[in-house]
Design a protein around this ligand. Structure first.
Ligand code: DGY
Length: 328
C-alpha cells in the first residue's frame, strides 16, 4: 500500500463520532445526506475512490461496478446485509466486499423478540385503542390476545441474530425449532434446546410463530412463498426483521386479510420505503420502519467495525469481515 491515505467515499451521513474517526485515518469525502446516494453520484464515486463506504439502499450492481476505476479495491458496507451489492461482480473485478456482522445481533434480536411479544399480545392495537378513547375500563373479554409461553418458535436462519433470538425466546418459555442451510454445532443446539428441521416445509406445518433471520440471497428470495405460507396453521404468526423479499409479501398480506394467518410483525418490506397497502390496514400486523438495529450503540459499533475493515485493508491485511460469495 502507498503512504498516501486511502481515499474513502462515504455514501451517506453516519453518526458524527464514526465520521470523525474515519476522517482521522483516511481522506474522507462524505455525500453528507441522509438518503441513499443517487446512481450518478455513485458512478462518480466508484471512478475515483479506493474505498466505497456504503450502506443499505445504495444500489451497487454490475452496471455500476463496470464503471469502477482502477483504484477501487474495497466496498466497506455499514450494515450486515449485502443484498444491495453484487458481490460476485465485485469479486470478479478484484474488489473486496466487507460488512459489519455480529455488532448489531443483540439489538436486532431484541426487536425480533419485541415483535414476537407485541403481535400475539396485541400491543399496538391496545395503544391505539387507548389513544382513540376506546378504553372504557377493564373487561374480561376485550383485547384478548394469545399466550406466548409454551408456543413453538420456528427460526429460519440460526446465525448470530437467530441464536440471539432463540436465547430470548427460551427465557419467555417458547420451544425453539430451526431451519438452516447447515445444521449448527451440537453444543449450541443443546444450549438452546433447539430442534433442527432439515425440511422447512415440515417445520412450518408444526410451529406457532415464525421468525425470519436468514440473509437475503438469491436462494432465500421468496423462501416463504405462498405455497409455504399455506403450510402454517391459521393461528400462526410471522415476524421478519431480515429482508422483505424473503417473504412473498403479497401472499402474506392476502392470507392475513383472509384470516388464514393470525398476524405478523414486520420491520422490513419488499419495496422499502413503500409498504404494502393491505398490510398497512391490517389491525393484527405490527409494522416498523426498518429499525431493528437502530440503537446509538449499534450504529457506533457498526462504524467501528467498518473502520477496522478499512484499516486492516489499508495495512495490507485481509479485512476480518470479508464476504465470500460462495458462502452467501
Ligand atoms: C443490516 O445491517 O443489514 C440492517 O438491515 C440495517 O442495519
Amino acid at each position: 500500500m502507498s503512504e498516501q491515505p486511502l481515499k474513502v467515499i462515504l455514501t451517506r451521513k453516519l453518526p458524527d463520532e464514526v465520521e470523525q474517526r474515519l476522517s482521522d485515518l483516511f481522506e474522507v469525502t462524505s455525500y453528507n445526506d441522509d438518503k441513499p446516494m443517487p446512481q450518478p453520484a455513485l458512478a462518480e464515486a466508484v471512478q475515483s475512490c479506493d474505498v466505497l463506504a456504503c450502506t443499505l439502499g445504495d444500489r451497487i450492481d454490475e452496471d455500476l461496478l463496470s464503471l469502477a476505476g482502477p483504484r477501487l479495491k474495497l466496498i466497506a458496507n455499514f450494515g450486515a446485509g449485502v443484498d444491495h451489492i453484487d458481490v460476485q461482480a465485485a469479486e470478479a473485478r478484484g474488489i473486496t466486499v466487507t460488512n459489519t456482522p455480529s455488532v448489531l445481533a443483540e439489538d436486532a434480536a431484541d426487536m425480533a423478540m419485541a415483535l414476537i411479544m407485541a403481535v400475539p399480545r396485541r400491543l399496538v392495537e391496545g395503544v391505539e385503542a387507548l389513544r382513540d378513547g376506546r378504553f372504557t375500563g377493564w373487561s374480561p373479554t376485550w383485547m384478548l390476545g394469545h399466550r406466548v409461553r409454551g408456543k413453538k418458535l420456528g427460526i429460519i436462519g440460526l446465525g448470530r441474530v437467530g441464536q440471539a433470538v432463540a436465547r430470548r425466546a427460551r427465557a419467555f418459555g417458547l420451544s425453539v425449532h430451526y431451519h438452516n442451510r447447515n445444521r449448527i454445532n451440537t453444543h449450541i443446539e443443546n444450549e438452546l434446546e433447539a430442534t433442527y428441521w432439515d425440511s422447512l416445509d415440515q417445520m412450518l406445518s408444526r410451529v406457532d410463530i415464525v421468525s425470519v433471520n436468514c440473509p437475503q440471497t438469491p436462494a432465500t428470495y421468496h423462501l416463504l412463498s405462498r405455497r409455504r405460507l399455506e403450510l402454517l396453521h391459521k393461528d400462526a404468526y410471522i415476524v421478519n426483521i431480515s429482508r422483505g423479499d424473503i417473504i412473498d409479501e403479497e401472499a402474506l398480506a392476502d392470507m392475513i386479510a383472509d384470516k388464514r394467518l393470525a398476524g405478523a410483525g414486520l420491520d422490513v418490506f419488499s419495496k422499502e420505503p413503500a409498504v404494502n397497502a393491505q398490510l398497512m390496514k391490517a389491525p393484527n400486523v405490527v409494522l416498523l420502519p426498518h429499525m431493528a438495529s437502530a440503537t446509538v450503540e449499534s450504529r457506533i459499533d457498526m462504524g467501528d467495525r467498518m473502520l477496522i475493515n478499512i484499516k486492516m485493508f489499508a495495512d495490507g491485511h485481509k479485512p476480518p469481515d470479508r464476504i465470500i460469495p460462495e458462502m452467501l
